[in-house]
Design a protein around this ligand. Structure first.
Ligand code: SF4
Length: 246
């Protein structure tokens, strides 16, 4: 009977206990030599993608840190193209953070409606603007700890804002593409974004952390599609164990 490829396991709930157990398991299963080999493979992947995408940057349109934060919040469960259609009107109506803090939430809902989950997104954006004004003096904060106190901003969004708007590499933003590709490429054995981020960070230099997010997002859209990965034409094929790919 032919050997079966391992199949993807469903994501487990990331309780602190589960995270600690997973961390322990990964450390226990990787010998120093295996860790070195994995890092070399990750770097080879990075080099190929860096040559393919010489100008990595978010696909969301933004003018400053608040613009990127807003666009990233709206991009949850929505395409970047749709968000880019919505944000010009949002910033035409409420150009400053203070304007959005004082806006009527039902009016914000109308503007962001087409991005989906618009009740929550409008509520969070107004609350985040209010907190930036009241707690941070009207400037988007520059630390992970502070950013993640803003309503609607979790670690992924904070990593994107810190990395792309401020040039601060605090961690690796793990979205659906990074999750899928990291697993298929064998760079992690987890589907949990927190564990994936922890697994990826030692495989890349700190100044590569923002770029690897962009590369995996671009490559996930272009080649390593969720349903139909183009493995036969993939430039990473020689490096990829295709974990979980049927
Ligand atoms: S070989 Fe297939 S699974 Fe691996 S990165 Fe390429 S497209 Fe994705």
């Amino acid at each position: 009977m032919p050997a079966q490829k391992p199949t993807a396991k469903p994501a487990k709930k990331s309780t602190p206990q589960a995270l600690a157990l997973a961390a322990k398991k990964t450390k226990a299963t990787l010998t120093p030599q295996a860790a070195k080999t994995l890092r070399a493979r990750a770097q080879a992947v990075f080099a190929i993608l860096a040559a393919r995408y010489p100008e990595p940057a978010p696909m969301l349109d933004y003018a400053d840190a608040w613009g990127l934060l807003t666009a990233t919040v709206l991009a949850a469960q929505c395409t970047d193209a749709r968000v880019n259609q919505v944000t010009p009107e949002l910033f035409r109506r409420w150009p400053a953070i203070a304007d959005l803090a004082n806006a009527d939430v039902t009016e914000i809902e109308e503007v962001v409606r087409s991005t989906g989950f618009f009740h929550n997104k409008a509520k969070n954006l107004k609350a985040a603007a209010t907190r930036v004004m009241e707690t941070y003096g009207g400037a988007v904060p520059r630390t992970m700890a502070e950013l993640t106190t803003l309503p609607g901003v979790a670690r992924k969004t904070a990593n994107i804002v810190l990395g792309s708007a401020f040039g601060i590499n605090e961690g690796i933003a793990v979205d659906t593409h990074v999750t899928r590709l990291s697993f298929r490429l064998g760079l992690t054995q987890s589907r949990d974004p927190k564990i994936i981020e922890r697994d990826l960070m030692p495989l890349f230099e700190r100044d590569q952390w923002m770029d690897i997010n962009h590369f995996l997002v671009f490559f996930g859209r272009e080649v390593c599609d969720a349903r139909k990965p183009k493995c036969a034409a993939c430039p990473l094929a020689a490096l990829c164990p295709r974990e979980g790919v049927q």
